[in-house]
Design a protein around this ligand. Structure first.
Ligand SMILES: [Zn+2]
Length: 250
Protein backbone atom coordinates (compact mmCIF):
# COMPACT_ATOMS: atom_id res chain seq x y z
CA UNK A 1 0.00 0.00 0.00
CA UNK A 2 1.31 3.44 -0.98
CA UNK A 3 0.91 4.97 2.47
CA UNK A 4 3.26 6.86 4.76
CA UNK A 5 3.11 7.23 8.53
CA UNK A 6 3.08 10.69 10.04
CA UNK A 7 3.78 11.26 13.72
CA UNK A 8 2.78 14.68 15.01
CA UNK A 9 4.59 15.54 18.23
CA UNK A 10 3.71 17.99 21.00
CA UNK A 11 0.50 19.96 20.52
CA UNK A 12 0.69 19.65 16.71
CA UNK A 13 -1.78 16.77 16.61
CA UNK A 14 -4.37 19.11 18.15
CA UNK A 15 -4.12 21.26 15.01
CA UNK A 16 -4.95 18.43 12.62
CA UNK A 17 -8.29 18.89 10.85
CA UNK A 18 -9.04 15.25 11.58
CA UNK A 19 -7.15 14.36 14.78
CA UNK A 20 -5.99 10.73 14.97
CA UNK A 21 -8.26 8.60 17.14
CA UNK A 22 -5.67 6.15 18.42
CA UNK A 23 -2.24 7.34 19.56
CA UNK A 24 -0.33 9.92 17.56
CA UNK A 25 0.27 8.19 14.22
CA UNK A 26 -1.49 9.23 11.02
CA UNK A 27 -1.60 6.90 8.00
CA UNK A 28 -1.53 9.01 4.85
CA UNK A 29 -2.10 7.46 1.39
CA UNK A 30 0.28 8.89 -1.24
CA UNK A 31 -2.24 9.64 -3.99
CA UNK A 32 -0.20 12.34 -5.71
CA UNK A 33 3.31 13.72 -5.86
CA UNK A 34 3.43 16.21 -3.00
CA UNK A 35 6.10 17.67 -0.74
CA UNK A 36 5.97 16.89 2.97
CA UNK A 37 5.12 20.58 3.52
CA UNK A 38 2.03 20.32 1.30
CA UNK A 39 0.95 17.10 2.99
CA UNK A 40 1.30 18.50 6.51
CA UNK A 41 -0.62 21.65 5.58
CA UNK A 42 -3.36 19.65 3.83
CA UNK A 43 -3.86 17.89 7.17
CA UNK A 44 -4.31 21.23 8.94
CA UNK A 45 -0.92 22.13 10.44
CA UNK A 46 0.68 25.37 9.09
CA UNK A 47 4.36 25.04 8.16
CA UNK A 48 5.25 27.80 10.64
CA UNK A 49 4.32 25.51 13.53
CA UNK A 50 6.88 22.89 12.54
CA UNK A 51 10.33 23.12 14.14
CA UNK A 52 11.95 20.04 12.61
CA UNK A 53 11.12 17.07 10.37
CA UNK A 54 12.59 13.59 10.70
CA UNK A 55 12.23 11.21 7.76
CA UNK A 56 12.95 7.68 8.98
CA UNK A 57 15.07 9.22 11.74
CA UNK A 58 17.05 11.60 9.51
CA UNK A 59 16.47 15.37 9.41
CA UNK A 60 14.74 16.46 6.18
CA UNK A 61 13.41 19.76 4.86
CA UNK A 62 10.00 20.96 3.65
CA UNK A 63 10.73 20.09 0.00
CA UNK A 64 11.16 16.37 0.76
CA UNK A 65 8.98 14.12 -1.42
CA UNK A 66 7.78 11.16 0.66
CA UNK A 67 7.92 7.65 -0.74
CA UNK A 68 5.73 4.70 0.33
CA UNK A 69 6.32 3.34 3.83
CA UNK A 70 8.17 6.49 5.00
CA UNK A 71 7.78 7.30 8.66
CA UNK A 72 7.95 11.03 9.18
CA UNK A 73 8.00 12.77 12.55
CA UNK A 74 6.76 16.34 12.72
CA UNK A 75 8.19 18.17 15.70
CA UNK A 76 7.17 21.55 17.12
CA UNK A 77 9.84 24.21 17.70
CA UNK A 78 11.54 24.05 21.07
CA UNK A 79 11.35 27.37 22.96
CA UNK A 80 13.16 29.65 23.24
CA UNK A 81 13.09 29.84 19.45
CA UNK A 82 15.95 31.92 17.99
CA UNK A 83 14.72 33.33 14.66
CA UNK A 84 18.15 34.88 14.07
CA UNK A 85 19.86 31.49 13.69
CA UNK A 86 19.47 29.29 10.59
CA UNK A 87 17.80 25.88 10.85
CA UNK A 88 17.27 23.04 8.38
CA UNK A 89 13.70 24.18 7.73
CA UNK A 90 14.51 27.90 7.70
CA UNK A 91 18.04 28.38 6.37
CA UNK A 92 17.61 32.15 6.02
CA UNK A 93 17.32 33.60 9.52
CA UNK A 94 15.91 37.02 10.34
CA UNK A 95 18.45 39.85 10.84
CA UNK A 96 16.72 40.84 14.11
CA UNK A 97 13.69 39.90 16.18
CA UNK A 98 10.72 41.78 14.75
CA UNK A 99 7.01 41.05 14.57
CA UNK A 100 3.97 41.71 12.40
CA UNK A 101 0.68 41.43 14.26
CA UNK A 102 -2.63 40.34 12.75
CA UNK A 103 -5.94 41.99 13.69
CA UNK A 104 -7.08 38.91 15.65
CA UNK A 105 -4.25 39.50 18.16
CA UNK A 106 -4.14 43.29 17.75
CA UNK A 107 -3.68 44.00 21.45
CA UNK A 108 -0.30 42.30 21.31
CA UNK A 109 1.03 45.23 19.26
CA UNK A 110 1.02 47.93 21.98
CA UNK A 111 2.07 45.36 24.60
CA UNK A 112 5.10 44.26 22.59
CA UNK A 113 5.97 47.87 21.78
CA UNK A 114 5.70 48.71 25.48
CA UNK A 115 8.58 46.25 25.99
CA UNK A 116 10.53 47.90 23.17
CA UNK A 117 9.87 45.17 20.58
CA UNK A 118 9.76 46.12 16.91
CA UNK A 119 6.15 45.37 16.03
CA UNK A 120 4.33 46.21 12.79
CA UNK A 121 0.54 46.49 12.99
CA UNK A 122 -2.04 48.29 10.91
CA UNK A 123 -5.80 48.18 11.02
CA UNK A 124 -7.84 46.91 8.09
CA UNK A 125 -5.16 45.09 6.14
CA UNK A 126 -5.91 41.87 4.25
CA UNK A 127 -4.09 38.56 4.61
CA UNK A 128 -2.08 39.07 1.42
CA UNK A 129 -0.68 42.37 2.73
CA UNK A 130 0.19 40.86 6.11
CA UNK A 131 2.00 37.96 4.47
CA UNK A 132 3.91 40.36 2.18
CA UNK A 133 4.91 42.60 5.10
CA UNK A 134 6.16 39.63 7.10
CA UNK A 135 8.23 38.46 4.12
CA UNK A 136 9.55 41.80 2.85
CA UNK A 137 10.20 43.37 6.24
CA UNK A 138 11.54 40.09 7.69
CA UNK A 139 9.10 39.86 10.57
CA UNK A 140 7.58 37.00 12.54
CA UNK A 141 3.86 36.94 11.77
CA UNK A 142 1.71 36.55 14.90
CA UNK A 143 -1.88 35.45 14.34
CA UNK A 144 -4.60 33.04 15.39
CA UNK A 145 -5.45 32.29 11.75
CA UNK A 146 -3.99 28.99 10.50
CA UNK A 147 -4.94 29.79 6.90
CA UNK A 148 -2.81 32.93 6.93
CA UNK A 149 0.20 31.00 8.27
CA UNK A 150 -0.09 28.49 5.42
CA UNK A 151 0.65 31.19 2.84
CA UNK A 152 3.85 30.54 0.90
CA UNK A 153 5.29 33.99 1.54
CA UNK A 154 5.25 33.51 5.29
CA UNK A 155 8.55 32.08 6.50
CA UNK A 156 8.45 32.93 10.19
CA UNK A 157 5.14 32.89 11.99
CA UNK A 158 3.48 31.69 15.15
CA UNK A 159 -0.04 30.55 15.85
CA UNK A 160 -0.88 32.35 19.08
CA UNK A 161 -2.48 29.84 21.47
CA UNK A 162 -3.51 32.06 24.40
CA UNK A 163 -6.71 34.07 24.19
CA UNK A 164 -6.19 36.90 26.69
CA UNK A 165 -3.71 39.62 25.64
CA UNK A 166 -1.51 39.47 28.79
CA UNK A 167 -1.28 35.69 28.42
CA UNK A 168 -0.55 36.08 24.72
CA UNK A 169 2.31 38.43 25.61
CA UNK A 170 3.71 35.91 28.09
CA UNK A 171 3.42 33.21 25.44
CA UNK A 172 5.44 35.27 22.95
CA UNK A 173 8.08 36.31 25.51
CA UNK A 174 8.65 32.68 26.50
CA UNK A 175 8.38 31.18 23.00
CA UNK A 176 10.98 33.56 21.54
CA UNK A 177 13.04 34.06 24.73
CA UNK A 178 12.54 37.82 24.58
CA UNK A 179 13.50 38.75 28.14
CA UNK A 180 17.10 39.81 27.35
CA UNK A 181 15.80 42.01 24.51
CA UNK A 182 13.28 43.95 26.55
CA UNK A 183 13.88 47.72 26.73
CA UNK A 184 10.69 49.21 28.20
CA UNK A 185 9.44 52.58 26.92
CA UNK A 186 11.79 52.76 23.97
CA UNK A 187 9.09 52.55 21.29
CA UNK A 188 5.94 54.48 20.43
CA UNK A 189 2.87 52.47 21.40
CA UNK A 190 0.86 54.06 18.59
CA UNK A 191 3.13 53.75 15.57
CA UNK A 192 6.17 51.59 16.53
CA UNK A 193 8.57 54.53 15.99
CA UNK A 194 11.65 54.79 18.21
CA UNK A 195 11.42 57.18 21.15
CA UNK A 196 14.03 59.93 21.36
CA UNK A 197 14.97 62.17 24.28
CA UNK A 198 13.13 65.48 24.01
CA UNK A 199 14.20 68.85 25.41
CA UNK A 200 11.35 70.30 27.44
CA UNK A 201 11.93 73.72 25.89
CA UNK A 202 11.38 72.35 22.41
CA UNK A 203 8.02 70.75 23.22
CA UNK A 204 6.73 73.09 25.96
CA UNK A 205 4.10 74.58 23.65
CA UNK A 206 2.55 71.12 23.21
CA UNK A 207 2.19 70.29 26.94
CA UNK A 208 -0.88 70.60 29.14
CA UNK A 209 -0.28 73.10 32.01
CA UNK A 210 -0.13 70.41 34.75
CA UNK A 211 2.20 68.21 32.71
CA UNK A 212 4.47 71.17 32.10
CA UNK A 213 4.45 72.00 35.79
CA UNK A 214 5.17 68.56 37.23
CA UNK A 215 7.37 66.79 34.68
CA UNK A 216 10.83 67.53 33.31
CA UNK A 217 11.75 64.33 31.53
CA UNK A 218 10.19 63.75 28.12
CA UNK A 219 10.57 61.60 25.05
CA UNK A 220 9.05 62.03 21.66
CA UNK A 221 8.32 59.56 18.90
CA UNK A 222 10.74 60.00 16.01
CA UNK A 223 7.97 59.12 13.56
CA UNK A 224 4.59 60.47 14.75
CA UNK A 225 5.92 63.07 17.25
CA UNK A 226 3.74 61.81 20.13
CA UNK A 227 5.16 62.97 23.45
CA UNK A 228 5.74 60.57 26.36
CA UNK A 229 6.50 61.37 30.00
CA UNK A 230 6.64 59.31 33.24
CA UNK A 231 3.07 60.03 34.37
CA UNK A 232 0.57 57.82 36.19
CA UNK A 233 -0.14 55.92 32.96
CA UNK A 234 3.51 54.90 32.79
CA UNK A 235 3.47 53.75 36.41
CA UNK A 236 0.54 51.44 35.64
CA UNK A 237 2.41 50.06 32.65
CA UNK A 238 5.54 49.47 34.75
CA UNK A 239 3.41 47.49 37.19
CA UNK A 240 1.86 45.40 34.45
CA UNK A 241 5.29 44.74 32.86
CA UNK A 242 6.65 43.64 36.25
CA UNK A 243 3.65 41.34 36.75
CA UNK A 244 4.03 39.78 33.30
CA UNK A 245 7.78 39.26 33.71
CA UNK A 246 7.30 37.76 37.17
CA UNK A 247 5.21 35.01 35.57
CA UNK A 248 7.53 34.23 32.65
CA UNK A 249 10.58 32.02 32.78
CA UNK A 250 14.17 33.34 32.63
ZN1 LIG B 1 4.74 57.26 17.10
Amino acid sequence: MNAITLVFRGDLSAQLTIPPTKGEDVRYPLARRASIKDIIEALGVPHTEVGALLGNGVEIDFAYLPVPRDRIEILPPIPPVDVCSPTRLRPEPLPAVAFAVDANVAKLAPLLRMLGMDCWHQRDVDDATLATVSRNQQRVLLTRDTKLLKRKQVVYGHLVRAQEPPRQLREIIEFYGLRPLIVPFSRCLLCNGKLLAADKNDIRHRLEPLTEKYYDSFRRCGDCEKIYWPGSHRQRMEESIAAILAETGP
